[in-house]
Design a protein around this ligand. Sequence first.
Ligand code: ZN
Ligand code: ZN
Length: 195
Amino acid sequence: MEADKLMLSCSCGSIKGHVSGINPRLGNRIKCYCNDCRRFVSMFEEGKKYIDQQGGSEILQVPPSHVKIDEGKEHLGCLKLSDKGLHRWYSNCCKTPLFNTAGLKIPFVGIFGHFIEDEHYEAHVGPVLGGVFKDSSLTPIVNKIGLNYSKPRILSRMAFQLVTWKVSGKSQPNCLYESSGKAIVKPEIVKNIAS
Ligand SMILES: [Zn+2]
Ligand SMILES: [Zn+2]
């Protein structure tokens, strides 16, 4: 195992990938409590298992050029919860939530915690920074979340990173998009699912 590689695998192991150059400063490890992430993850049995008691999902946001799918690309599924929403990627083989992305122009890949299979996860990515969209949690959040960064602090860190990733050439290649900007799997629009 290489020291700076974070290994990714769906539950059944058909889709495998990795994040290269991983270290705790590379991206943002957060918990998202928004309704859409919860709706998406809850569509799948494998997803439900990983939602925390307050309805949050763990997401690691990293620059696109660091993410590679090594095996099983043919099992990728993609959907959107609204016409304008994020691309939400899952595995067709075992219905594991995999990624959130927002096209080539907003260069990040959000990796769902479900897809990370790495015994050195903690050492590679460091602690959860904090939670975002905590107002949408299922029950009030009274406990501390990770380092408890505030949402503005997480969002400003992320905005800064998006610009840095763009200017430093980390926004492409993005293994989930063709160079034209088209997602490699046509997203199905899935509306009206309950959270
Ligand atoms: Zn699978
Ligand atoms: Zn979310």
